[in-house]
Design a protein around this ligand. Structure first.
Ligand SMILES: [Zn+2]
Length: 149
């Protein structure tokens, strides 16, 4: 028996507590409160402003709207050119259906890369400011990247 092993021949088990990584959400650090300018924080199924507290948006519909907007930008010549220019894509611009498939296969990390290239930020504004209002009342103010116009 190998005498470097402790009693019983088993290696000693050391319990290592690792902190699980924070889940990354599509719109972390992208959604800005239209009232106070604070980045909205994802809390459960909502993106909320912890600055003024006025802006709240249900996560799933907001992410869907943003994804649709990113697809629109990618399917425009300007947006595609921008992706090629920064090295995120190459070749001729594919048809929109292929772009949608591409978006769906790159995962959240990849989607955040595309988002970062194409969109400066997403601003959530409320026409009727009410702290409890959620999806459906949000007006999404888009600011495309300055270099793509
Ligand atoms: Zn705010």
């Amino acid at each position: 028996m190998d005498d470097r092993q402790p009693d019983g021949g088993y290696p000693r088990l050391r319990l290592v507590h690792s902190v699980p990584p924070e889940p990354v959400h599509l719109l972390d650090d992208f959604v800005v409160c239209g009232t106070c300018g604070t980045y909205l924080e994802r809390q459960r199924e909502m993106y909320v402003c912890d600055g003024c507290g006025a802006a709240r948006a249900a996560a799933a519909p907001l992410e869907e709207k943003v994804a649709a907007q990113v697809l629109t930008l990618m399917s425009q010549a300007q947006g595609w050119t921008r992706l090629v220019t920064v090295g995120a894509a190459e070749g001729e611009q594919p048809p929109t259906e292929l772009l949608a498939q591409w978006w769906n296969t790159v995962g959240v990390d990849g989607q955040r890369v595309l988002l970062d290239i194409l969109v400066e930020y997403v601003q959530v504004k409320y026409i009727q400011a009410h702290p409890t209002c959620i999806s459906g009342r949000g007006r999404f103010v888009w600011s495309t990247h300055p270099r793509t116009g």
